[in-house]
Ligand binder design. Structure first.
Ligand code: NAD
Ligand code: UDX
Length: 460
């Protein structure tokens, strides 16, 4: 079997960066080059100060610190890395299409195709090409066609190896994966990739399937996970009108080993770059095969999530006497979950948008998200002009400063530090009545109510 000595990974993002760092850490004999077109991203990966890596992930700095310069390299020289590699991972972004056929649903595969054409043009010897990006089922057939038709007559073996890491826990997820999934047709190519993972993952956790099962399983895994969140969020609304408590319901049903306790935390709505994009993609694929009932079923997961975000915003408005015009509402958190600086599809963006429509004055504090990113997120929606967004919303770096004279606090991300604030001090700074809208259910109702807050938490 062919020994893999050099790997290239195209795409140095949230997946390519951490995944290759761990593969390099565990396989010191393999040289891995992660390439990207984005010069500033690569510069940040190469920054001698490990606090300046382009993505924030607990534990990532130590892994990069161990492997970088030894057998892990970051570069913008894409052709060179491809030419030298035995195995090439494609880890570029596959966002939802914003134009043309499938707009708003289908995955945009333009970056994948560009990547395939570049590999075909550059490769002068046989390569194993690994799909690390999340792709619609049957994309490997497209890739194979491009590679074989535009290449230099060399052999390409395509594998599907979707990534299951979650942001904020990427390093432990990579170190101890529930499973590694490898789909392919060529046994030798599959074995070559199995060997790389076997450096640290027990063999029984490395599953091999055909290409299409592997591609589809990734979409299905995200759909099932998101479905759990929408299911419990649907129940949270029912809890609020019946006197049941959603945490108690989660606990009661989660004790059933067939249901399981994980991923049953009611929230202001799921965010992140994957769930919505991948379900929309699944829905699009089902519709393209005329499977209307299947498509409608999964689409409901997204509709419920949109409802949950809007419901939270509407509840804030209603509770604050039906007007938030000119009222200062402090957002604690903007990231889509704790321990990441990623804001893609964060519920905070949509809740802010609703409240800004009502002319609320929003002040945001997030420990890891920059003001530029927050304004980019809002401007991207195009609901109002960039100058309006800057007039109505400000971003601060000191949470206590933000809370002075505030009418309300809304918790959008479950950062641990919010639990440990001096809430008695906060109460002293805020206007009365002082409202807290806990979209993550991280604070203690009794403690807050004893301090005199009007406390609302999802599903109670
Ligand atoms: P990302 O946007 O953070 O990174 C993608 C990178 O690819 C960008 O830096 C971009 O500049 C680069 N790129 C695009 N085209 C290129 C080209 N032709 N040549 C060189 N570089 C190019 O995206 P991500 O979050 O890392 O996601 C990548 C893929 O992994 C997606 O398909 C996503 O669905 C999937 N995925 C993401 C996660 C996650 O948690 N973010 C988890 C599992 C799977
Ligand atoms: C997800 C999948 O978990 C991961 O396997 C896949 O590779 C990429 O997509 P990620 O989006 O990074 O990972 O984070 P995840 O922990 O799944 O959370 C997604 C969203 O759901 C977050 O907004 C989170 O706050 C929310 N969530 C999660 C809940 O509201 N309740 C829960 O019980 C779990």
């Amino acid at each position: 079997m062919r020994e893999i000595k050099r790997i290239a990974c195209v795409g140095a993002g949230y997946v390519g960066g951490p995944t290759m760092s761990v593969i390099a850490q565990k396989n010191p004999a393999i040289t891995i080059t992660v390439v990207d077109l984005n010069q500033s991203r690569i510069d940040a990966w190469n920054d001698p100060d490990l606090n300046n890596l382009p993505i924030y992930e607990p534990g990532l700095d130590a892994v990069v610190g161990e492997a970088r310069g030894r057998n892990l390299f970051f570069s913008t020289e894409v052709d060179k890395a491809i030419a030298e590699a035995d195995m090439i991972f494609i880890s570029v972004n596959t966002p939802t299409k914003t134009y043309g056929k499938g707009k708003g649903q289908a995955a945009d595969l333009k970056y994948i195709e560009l990547c395939a054409r570049q590999i075909a043009r550059v490769a002068k010897d046989d390569k194993i090409v690994v799909e690390k990006s999340t792709l619609p089922v049957r994309t490997a057939a497209t890739l194979k066609s491009i590679l074989d038709n535009t290449g230099n007559g060399v052999n390409f073996h395509i594998l599907s190896n979707p990534e299951f890491l979650a942001e904020g826990t990427a390093i432990p997820d990579l170190h101890h994966p529930d499973r590694v999934l490898i789909g392919g047709e060529d046994q030798e190519a599959i074995e070559a990739l199995v060997q790389i993972y076997e450096a640290w993952v027990p063999r029984e956790r490395i599953l091999t399937t055909n290409l299409w099962s592997s591609e589809l399983s990734k979409l299905v895994a995200n759909a099932f996970l998101a479905q759990r969140v929408s299911s419990i969020n649907a129940i949270s609304e029912l809890c609020e009108v019946t006197g049941a408590n959603v945490d108690e319901v989660s606990r009661a049903i989660g004790y059933d080993s067939r249901i399981g306790s994980k991923f049953l935390k009611a929230s202001v709505g799921f965010g992140g770059s994957c769930f919505q994009k991948d379900i929309l993609n699944l829905v699009y694929i089902a519709r393209s095969y005329n499977l209307t009932a299947v498509a409608d079923y999964w689409e409901q997961v997204i509709l419920l999530n949109d409802h949950q975000k809007e419901r939270f915003a509407q509840h804030i408005i209603k509770t604050m006497y039906n007007t938030v015009n000119g009222k200062k509402i402090v957002f604690l958190g903007w990231a889509f979950k704790k321990d990441t600086n990623d804001t893609r599809e964060s519920a905070a963006i949509y809740v802010a948008d609703h409240l800004l429509e009502e002319e609320a004055e929003i002040v945001v504090y997030d420990p890891k998200v920059s003001a530029e990113q927050i304004y980019r997120d809002l401007d991207y929606l195009g609901t109002r002009s960039p100058s309006e967004n800057r007039r109505l919303l400000t971003v601060v770096s000191d949470p206590y400063e933000a809370l002075a004279e505030a009418h309300a606090v809304a918790i959008l991300t479950e950062w641990d530090e919010f639990k440990h604030y001096d809430w008695s001090k906060v109460k002293g700074k805020m206007k009365k009545p002082s409202f807290v809208f806990d979209g993550r259910k991280i604070l203690n109702r009794k403690e807050l109510e004893d301090l005199g807050f009007q406390y609302y938490a999802i599903g109670e």
